[in-house]
Ligand binder design. Structure first.
Ligand code: PEP
Ligand code: MG
Length: 564
C-alpha cells in the first residue's frame, strides 16, 4: 500500500473491458520451450531411472489437473477434465520411455518427440481425432514442464482471486478464464477489438491491454485495474481500493426495452458466441440477439461440422429467445479466428484474405450446409431468425447471399457492413438485402488500415474516428433510402457515449455483450433523439477521434454519475 508521500506508479494502456478490480498480480508463464533435438543422457546416467521419471511426471500432471478441474467451473473445468484424461493415457508415456531406453534421449526430449508422433498420427486420422492434437500438445508441455522444473503452461492454478498479467492471451485461453478467480486482466499486447478483448468483456472481467510495462509488474504485488480508464495502479491506497469495490458492487439492470428519454425505441440486443451465452443474455434482458457469431461454436474443429450438429447448436440459441429476433451470422472464419476446415494457414495478410463470406467462393458447400442447418433450426424453434453474411464487399456478393438464403426459405437475409466499400454501396446493397448490421470492429480496421489486434495502433482503432462515423452515416443513409433497418453489432455499440452517437446517426438497433446492456440503456434513457442527433453531428464534424470523444462525453454528465 502506498502512503500519501510516495508517488504512485500508474501504467497506462487501453481499457477494453470496463470495471475496476484490485488484487495480487499472477503472471502467465512463458510457453514451454522445445528441448533441443538430440538431447541425450549423460554417459553414467541410468536409462531405467530416467524412464521412470516420465511416469512420475505424468502422474503428477494428471493429479494436478484433476485437482484444478475440481476447483474450476464452466468451460475451464471441461478443458481441464479432458486434459487430465489425456494425461492418464499410457500411450505417450510408453512411447517416450522407449525412446529413453533405446535412444538414450533425455526424458524431456523423449516426451517431446513421442508427442510429435502421436500428434502426426492423430492429424492424419482427421475429424475428431485431429481435434485432439492440441490436447496432446498441452499434456506434452505439462509433462516437459514437470520434468524440467518449469511452470506448467496456461492460466496458473492459484486458489485465491488474482489479476492475470500476460504478454498476450489467445482467445482460447481467455474463453476458459474463471471470473471468480481471474478478477482482472492486464496484457502487454492486444488491441481494443481483438477477440480476446471481446471475450473478456463477455465474461465481465475488467481488462486493460497494450500496457507497455505489464510483464515487469512484480508477481504478488497488488494492483488496481481500471478497465474503464485503461490504467493499472501499482500499490493502490486503501481509499482507491474501497472506491473500486463500491463501484463494482453497484449492480445495474436493464428493464428489457431500450429507448431514449422521449420514447424513441432502440432495441438493445446481445452478441452471443457459444450457445451457453444465449440464456445468460436472455436473463440480462436482451431484446434479442443482434449477432450470433456461429464460428465460435466450431473454433476447435478440424472438419466442417455436420448439419445435425449445427442444428443442435443453433437451436440452443434460438430456444433462449423464443418469439424474439435472432440474427445468425454465417461463419466468419479467418484472420484471428481461423477454422482449419475453411481457412488456409499460409496467407500473407489473413485479415485481407479469404475470410468471412469469401470462404464460400472456395467452399460453397460449407455455406450451403450452414444455411440448411439454420433453416432447420429456425423451423424447429419459434425465434424470428434473421441471417447475415460477414465481410460483404460488393453489391453482387450481397445479391448472391440474399438469393442463397431465399432458396433455403430464410426470408430475412442481410449483410454485415464491415468493409468501407459496402458502406459506400449501402444504397444498392440494401435495395437487395433486408437489413444491414455494421461490424464497427472490422469497419474501423479496414477504414483506418489498422490491425485490430495491435495495441500500438489503438489511437487509430476506434470507431470514434470521424471517418468511421461518416461511413456509418453513409450506411444509414443507404438504409433510409430503401427503408431498411441498419444496426450496429461491433464493440462501438457497447460504449455508452458512442451508442448515443450511433442512434443519432440513424442506427436502429444496438447489439453488444449482455453485460453492457444496463450501462448503454441508462445513458440512452438520459437523452432525447434530438440530443442524439446533435451529439452525432458534433462527433462527425470533429477532426480527430479524441476531439469527437471529448466533445460528446463532456455533454453527457450521466457518464460521471455512473462512473463510466
Ligand atoms: C465486427 O467486425 O465489428 C464484428 C461484429 O465482427 P467480429 O468482431 O466477429 O469480426
Ligand atoms: Mg467482423
Amino acid at each position: 500500500m502506498t502512503t500519501d508521500a510516495e508517488p504512485q506508479q500508474q501504467l497506462a494502456g487501453i481499457g477494453v473491458s470496463p470495471g475496476r478490480a484490485s488484487g495480487p498480480v499472477v503472471a502467465m508463464p512463458a510457453p514451454v520451450a522445445e528441448p533441443p533435438a538430440g538431447s541425450t543422457l549423460e554417459a553414467g546416467d541410468d536409462a531405467e531411472q530416467a524412464a521412470e521419471r516420465i511416469t512420475a511426471a505424468s502422474s503428477r500432471v494428471k493429479s494436478d489437473l484433476e485437482q484444478a478441474a475440481s476447483r474450476a467451473t464452466g468451460a475451464g473445468k471441461e478443458v481441464l477434465e479432458t486434459t487430465a484424461m489425456m494425461a492418464a493415457d499410457p500411450t505417450l508415456v510408453s512411447a517416450a520411455q522407449l525412446l529413453v531406453r533405446e535412444s538414450r534421449l533425455t526424458p524431456a526430449r523423449a516426451v517431446w518427440q513421442a508427442a510429435a508422433d502421436v500428434i502426426n498420427q492423430l492429424a492424419a486420422l482427421g475429424g475428431y481425432m485431429a481435434e485432439r492434437t492440441h490436447d496432446v500438445a498441452d499434456v506434452r508441455d505439462r509433462v516437459v514442464a514437470a520434468l524440467t522444473g518449469q511452470l506448467p503452461p496456461g492460466v496458473p492454478d492459484v486458489a485465491h482471486p488474482f489479476v492475470l498479467v500476460a504478454s498476450d492471451l489467445s482467445p482460447a485461453d481467455t474463453a476458459t478464464l474463471d471470473p471468480a478467480r481471474v478478477i482482472a486482466l492486464v496484457t502487454r499486447e492486444g488491441g481494443p477489438t481483438s477477440h480476446t478483448a471481446i471475450l473478456a468483456r463477455a465474461l465481465g472481467i475488467p481488462a486493460v491491454v497494450g500496457v507497455a510495462g505489464a510483464t515487469e509488474l512484480p508477481e504478488g504485488s497488488v494492483v488496481l485495474v481500471d478497465g474503464t480508464a485503461g490504467t493499472v495502479t501499482l500499490d493502490p491506497t486503501e481509499e482507491q481500493i474501497a472506491q473500486a469495490i463500491a463501484l463494482a458492487a453497484r449492480v445495474r439492470t436493464f428493464d428489457g426495452a431500450g429507448r431514449t428519454r422521449d420514447g424513441h425505441r432502440v432495441p438493445l440486443l446481445a452478441n452471443v458466441g457459444r450457445p451457453a451465452g444465449a440464456q445468460e443474455a436472455a436473463d440480462a434482458g436482451a431484446e434479442g440477439v443482434g449477432l450470433f457469431r456461429t464460428e465460435f461454436c466450431f473454433l476447435d474443429r478440424a472438419d466442417a461440422p455436420s448439419i445435425p450438429e449445427q442444428v443442435e447448436q443453433y437451436r440452443q440459441v434460438l430456444s433462449a429467445f423464443a418469439g424474439k429476433k435472432v440474427v445468425v451470422r454465417t461463419l466468419d472464419a479467418g484472420a484471428d479466428k481461423p477454422l482449419p476446415f475453411l481457412t488456409s494457414a499460409d496467407e500473407p495478410n489473413p485479415a485481407l484474405g479469404v475470410r468471412g463470406y469469401r470462404t464460400s467462393w472456395r467452399n460453397p458447400q460449407v455455406l450451403e450446409d450452414q444455411l440448411t442447418a439454420i433453416a432447420q433450426a429456425a423451423e424447429a424453434e419459434s425465434a424470428d431468425v434473421w441471417v447475415m453474411a460477414p465481410m460483404i464487399a460488393t453489391v453482387p456478393e450481397a445479391a448472391a447471399f440474399v438469393e442463397a438464403c431465399h432458396v433455403h426459405g430464410l426470408a430475412t437475409a442481410g449483410v454485415m457492413v464491415e468493409v468501407p466499400s459496402a458502406a459506400l454501396q449501402s444504397g444498392p446493397i440494401l435495395a437487395r438485402a433486408a437489413f444491414a448490421s455494421i461490424g464497427t470492429n472490422d469497419l474501423t480496421q479496414y477504414t483506418m488500415a489498422a490491425d485490430r489486434m495491435l495495441g500500438e495502433l489503438a489511437p487509430l482503432s476506434t470507431a470514434w474516428q470521424p471517418a468511421v462515423l461518416a461511413l456509418i452515416a453513409a450506411t444509414c443513409a443507404g438504409g433510409e433510402r430503401n427503408d431498411r433497418p441498419v444496426g450496429v453489432c461491433g464493440e462501438a455499440a457497447a460504449d455508452p457515449a458512442l451508442a448515443v452517437v450511433l442512434v443519432g446517426l440513424g442506427v436502429a438497433t444496438l447489439s453488444m455483450t449482455a453485460r453492457a446492456l444496463p450501462d448503454v440503456a441508462a445513458v440512452l434513457r438520459s437523452v432525447t433523439l434530438a440530443d442524439c442527433r446533435d451529439l452525432a453531428a458534433l462527433a462527425v464534424e470533429a477532426e480527430s477521434a479524441d476531439e469527437a470523444r471529448q466533445a460528446v462525453r463532456s455533454r453527457l454528465a450521466i457518464l460521471d454519475e455512473l462512473g463510466l
